[in-house]
Design a binder for this molecule. Structure first.
Ligand code: URA
Ligand code: SF4
Length: 214
């Protein structure tokens, strides 16, 4: 029935006891929206339960869907580089996505990334909220518009407030920057370089927000 469809979400699948292990296991069976039907598996967040920084992407890509881990494809490689440049060890952060299943459309033999809609982002939000609650990070970095939409609301604009440390009830600081895939997809070389520099600089700001709290 329509009302049931509207209220369907990951909330129905959350475990009573919230630990990263319990959440990861429960998310494996999530049917909170239709995306589980065509994806290989749930790609839950990964990283340290003691992380002081959580980075939130959009959704798993083709490689992540196959391997079951976030940010292991081309976007992950650029993210690794940006983290290294900012002096952040990947082992010290927690990486996750606003949406935990790969949304795609067929194009010949390839699976083309499709942007998750606001219904899917909202349906998946309980997982992200639970991850944030369990970890209790000092800073949350939203990579791209989908993560920003989930955590900062639909009126937030990366183009206007990119790289600013924002106060948030979810963490001491929140910051939004480009998604690494957006950098890789930049329309020309100049723009790609500029976006890359800005992404790197924004992650340094996020890293400094942590050292200022030591
Ligand atoms: N893009 C994302 O947003 N997340 C991933 O895990 C991989 C690519
Ligand atoms: Fe559940 Fe999120 Fe997957 Fe939808 S995308 S089925 S809400 S884990």
């Amino acid at each position: 029935m329509a009302t049931r469809q509207l209220s369907r979400s990951a909330a129905d699948f959350l475990p009573a006891r919230k630990t990263l292990t319990a959440l990861t296991r429960a998310a494996h069976d999530c049917q909170g929206c239709d995306l589980y039907q065509r994806a290989t598996q749930t790609v839950f967040g990964a990283g340290s339960a003691k992380a002081r920084m959580i980075l939130v992407g959009e959704q798993p890509g083709d490689q992540e869907d196959l391997q079951g881990k976030p940010f292991v494809g081309p976007a992950g490689r650029l993210l690794d580089e940006a983290l290294r440049a900012a002096g952040i060890d990947r082992a010290d952060v927690y990486l996750t996505n606003a949406v935990k299943h790969f949304k795609w459309t067929p194009r010949g033999k390839r699976r083309l990334h499709a942007k998750p809609g606001s219904r899917e982002i909202a349906a998946c939000r309980p997982w992200l909220s639970a991850e944030i609650e369990v970890i209790g990070p000092d800073v949350i970095v939203c990579l791209g518009a989908t993560a920003a939409q989930s955590l900062l609301g639909p009126s937030f604009r990366i183009t206007r407030q990119r790289g600013e440390l924002l106060e948030s009830p979810l963490a001491h600081w929140m910051l939004a920057t480009y998604h690494p895939s957006a950098v890789l997809r930049a329309p020309d070389e100049d723009r790609r370089h500029r976006m890359r520099d800005e992404l790197f600089a924004d992650l340094s700001v996020a890293a400094k927000s942590l050292s200022n709290r030591l």
